[in-house]
Design a protein around this ligand. Sequence first.
Ligand SMILES: C[S@@+](CC[C@H](N)C(=O)[O-])C[C@H]1O[C@@H](n2cnc3c(N)ncnc32)[C@H](O)[C@@H]1O
Length: 197
Amino acid sequence: MGRHQFDYLCSQGLRPTDKLLDIGCGSLRAGVHLVPFLDANHYFGIDLVPELLQLGYEREICPLGLADRLDRATNLMATADFTIPFPDVLFDVALAQSLFSHLPINHLRLCLYKLRLRMKEGGMFYATFFIAPADLPYDRPFHQPPIGEIETYGWQDPYHYWQRDIDFAVEGLGWKILSVDDWKHPRGQKIARFAAV
Ligand SMILES: C[S@@+](CC[C@H](N)C(=O)[O-])C[C@H]1O[C@@H](n2cnc3c(N)ncnc32)[C@H](O)[C@@H]1O
């Protein structure tokens, strides 16, 4: 999935000079591919769990000889409420892979609000979601294609969203939703493209 995220972002025109924020970056699955591509210290990551950041740095970044391209002290931070603790940095690109599949819509609203304050105008936010059919009753689980092995819910983890939930979530927060696309995620998550307007 790390390589898949990297390839997708490249297909969207990611440039080495971009500053990228990986929200819910975990143990740096995407980071190991993004850090060597982006200019030094242009990759930033936040996660709820500080141990994941530390393990990602020690076991992934350092053995690959990438420590001089990612400053552990300044570019990887633990936050619980989508605070972005990187003073004076404005981002070109933000990514949230398999984050909102574990969180309800009020977290998406909070994230969109705080992130918008730290994005460049025209910057892009890519976030993945399980999507439910528009006519699925709210109290029914949904078996996600392509294999249907994952059951998702409107009210508990793993969460699905209706497309109209995402349309609602951006309202008044300075984002435009451009599309929600298939991106060949192995468990059927879709990727939403938000532009900072
Ligand atoms: C399924 S993992 C995905 C990790 C990573 N994006 C990847 O592709 O490997 C979800 C991550 O989101 C983090 N997370 C959950 N709630 C969060 C929050 N409120 N703020 C930041 N990270 C959060 C979890 O700790 C976990 O590392």
